[in-house]
Write a protein that binds this ligand. Structure first.
Ligand code: IPE
Ligand code: IPE
Ligand code: MG
Length: 242
């Protein structure tokens, strides 16, 4: 089936550290610039009519980085939510998050929760920040919750299907991403939306995240438009159903 515009774009914003060290700057400098570019990304996404944009800001595995970098990234996530709160409201952008927020310092967590509450009525675009997110961890959490329900006699094995599983995942309310973009040159998913990206189109760029711009987003969107999404069927079947 010839694809149209992606409705949900998910971005692995990789390369801040290498971008900064290449110019003799600190990794922290790279993350600060990365956050400015993330703001540019949601504006561009909205201009392009994208319904959902998910940004991988901090992975569950990133908690294993040096504590100073973890602390900086956490406070950056909080600041990002706070600094753009009014802009989100003006633009009708609804902020959501996926991942483990428990380990977030309380100030950052409060800032994010306040922005989620303040933007809850936004209908123009959903911006989802993946913070402390890991796809495997999300799945483990869902299975734990499902098992607890089954153990309490509230769920039968035959009642478990894709929908039930999703309903217990923090990413459960998102559409499946149509297009996953990764900057930074690596060709891997690093535990990002593994379940949800089963049929996503992938676009890898060698540009570091702080160099992401409108041209690159448009390249990814037009590459997506040239792909044939078959979902396991053959071309003729999809041509008939189109
Ligand atoms: C992406 O940039 C931001 C996060 C993972 C939090 P990196 O910090 O991974 O930058 P590189 O990959 O070391 O260049
Ligand atoms: C993926 O980048 C996570 C984010 C962009 C938030 P990483 O830099 O953590 O990924 P790996 O370690 O290279 O796989
Ligand atoms: Mg990286």
């Amino acid at each position: 089936m010839q694809t149209d515009k992606p409705r949900h774009i998910a971005i692995i914003m990789d390369g801040n550290g290498r971008w900064a060290t290449a110019q003799g700057k600190t990794r922290a400098f790279g993350h600060e610039q990365g956050a400015r570019v993330a703001a540019e990304a949601f504006r561009l996404g909205q201009e392009r009519g994208i319904e959902q944009l998910t940004l991988y800001a901090f992975s569950f595995a990133n908690y294993r980085r040096p504590q100073a970098e973890v602390d900086h990234l956490m406070s950056l996530c909080g600041r990002f939510a706070e600094d753009h709160r009014d802009e989100f409201v003006e633009r009708g952008i609804r902020l959501t998050v996926i991942g483990e927020l428990e380990d977030l310092p309380s100030a950052a967590r409060r800032a994010i929760e306040n922005t989620i509450a303040a933007t809850a009525k936004g209908t123009a675009m959903t911006l989802c920040l993946a913070i402390g997110y890991g796809a495997r961890n999300d799945l483990v959490g869902a299975i734990r919750a499902l098992t607890a329900r089954a153990y309490a006699g509230l769920l039968l094995p035959e009642e478990v299907d894709e929908t039930t599983i999703r309903s217990f995942m923090t990413a459960g309310s998102l559409r499946d991403p149509d297009l996953v973009i990764r900057t930074g040159g690596e060709r891997r998913l690093s535990d990002f939306l593994l379940f949800e990206s089963a049929y996503a189109e992938l676009f890898f760029s060698d540009h570091m995240w702080p160099d992401f711009n409108a041209e690159l987003l448009d390249q990814a969107i037009s590459a997506y438009a040239r792909r044939d999404r078959r979902y396991g069927q053959i071309g003729e079947q999809l041509a008939h159903s189109a």
